[in-house]
Structures are given as structure tokens and as C-alpha cells.
Design a protein around this ligand. Structure first.
Ligand code: 5RP
Length: 222
């Protein structure tokens, strides 16, 4: 089975988990990426079961609207009942690296603001230790060189994501070779650098439930 069919399996399992809890007033937070796109496709068939969604990116907002799902500003609605999103890496404590698609700041806001964070991945994203995937860091453009030097001081090897601007008008540094053995400490240390908007470690606020699609089915953790 292909990686895409696994992503679809994880998305469907999460939808099955969400549906019984929805009411016509429910708001969902929706992440960004190819796995979540499968979730949106499945969710579109159930759009009478909830009110609407808050999107973690302009791309997701556009896709939701194309499926006829109302998109709200986070400030205009009650806290989302669920936030559903993919990840680039997940460890056994449900700590994540996210931001491969560059939407990490809005993703982190939605994860923080939502009642329950469901993460959907295929098994290739499961790791014993975070850090093979370079850690995305969103940075205010004028601070790029300064933040880069500070990330080197932390042991990392930052790479400018050329030609990419986030939905917030910022740049991304993808940081290789960081020691993420203590993910909460690393998340806090990077956030302390002036000019960093946020980083893609989701350790202080990990996922609440992880759906991992494998060749033999979807396993749920958390
Ligand atoms: C976007 C993300 C995505 O969740 C992450 O990159 C995984 O993407 P995909 O589902 O396409 O593998 O954090 O910023």
C-alpha cells in the first residue's frame, strides 16, 4: 500500500473518532498538508454535522471553502472542539516536529486553543527520537542572520528556506543536526531567541491522540 493510502486511512480513523462528538455548533481546527487534505475530503461529506472550521493556513482555508465548509476567524468563535493535523515526526510521547509546509505558527496557535489535538500520520513519521527532520523555525525577516547565528550557538545548522514566505510574511530557517533529546528544553530555548516567531517543536503542547496508519491498520495512541 502506498504512503498516500496510509495517510487516507489515518485521516478516516480520525474522522470516525470526531464524528460522534460533533454538534451543529461545533468548530474544528484544521491543519495543513497532504494528510490533512485527505481529512478535509472525508469531512466534506459530513459538513451538516458541525458549524465550520478555523484553518491553519490560507491553503487549507481555500480548500475548505472549495468543499463548502465555512471558515471562521479564530477570534470570532468558541474554542475548536478538535484540532486535526499531520506531522513531520512524532515520538512515543506524542511530541512532534511540524512545519514542513511552513504553517507552524498558526498550527501551534490552533493546537493551543483547541480542546483536543488529534495528530494523523503514516508510519514513516514515527521516530524514537525527534530530529532527523530539520526543525522549521519561523523568523521575522530582519532577524534572519542574527537568529541563524544564535541557532548555530545552540548546535544547529540552519538553512534558509529560499523563495518561501509564510502566511504571516516571515521566513523559515530549517535547522539540521540539533540535539532534541530534551524536546521541551529545546522548544523553550529556541523560542527565547529574539526574532523567532515560533519553532516547529510541539513538545510543551504535544498531541492528545496519535493515529498511525500502517500496512496492518491504524493504531491509536494517547
Ligand atoms: C505543515 C505541517 C504538516 O502537518 C507536516 O508537514 C506533514 O505534512 P504531510 O501531511 O503533507 O506529510 O506541519 O506545516
Amino acid at each position: 500500500m502506498s504512503q498516500d493510502s496510509h495517510k487516507q486511512d489515518a485521516a478516516r480513523a480520525a474522522l470516525k473518532h470526531v464524528l460522534p462528538e460533533l454538534t451543529p455548533r461545533s468548530i474544528l481546527g484544521i491543519g495543513t498538508g497532504s494528510t490533512v487534505n485527505f481529512f478535509i475530503e472525508a469531512l466534506a461529506g459530513e459538513k451538516d454535522q458541525f458549524d465550520g472550521a478555523v484553518a491553519s493556513s490560507e491553503a487549507t482555508a481555500e480548500r475548505l471553502r472549495q468543499h463548502g465548509i465555512p471558515v471562521y476567524d479564530l477570534n470570532a468563535v468558541e474554542p475548536p472542539r478538535f484540532y486535526i493535523d499531520g506531522a513531520d515526526e512524532a515520538n512515543h510521547r506524542l511530541e512532534l516536529i511540524k512545519g514542513g509546509g511552513g504553517a507552524l505558527t498558526r498550527e501551534k496557535i490552533l493546537a493551543a486553543a483547541s480542546e483536543t489535538f488529534l495528530c494523523i500520520i503514516d508510519e514513516t513519521k514515527q521516530v524514537d527520537m525527534l530530529g532527523d527532520f530539520p526543525l522549521p523555525v519561523e523568523v521575522i525577516p530582519m532577524a534572519r542572520s542574527y537568529v541563524g547565528r544564535e541557532l548555530v550557538r545552540l548546535g544547529g545548522d540552519p538553512e534558509y528556506r529560499a523563495g518561501f514566505t509564510t502566511d504571516n510574511g516571515n521566513i523559515i530557517l530549517d535547522v539540521h543536526h540539533l540535539d532534541l533529546g530534551r524536546p521541551i528544553k529545546a522548544e523553550e530555548a529556541i523560542n527565547q531567541i529574539t526574532g523567532v516567531v515560533t519553532n516547529g517543536l510541539f513538545a510543551k503542547r504535544p498531541a492528545d491522540r496519535l493515529f498511525v496508519a500502517t500496512a496492518s491498520g491504524v493504531t491509536e495512541k494517547g
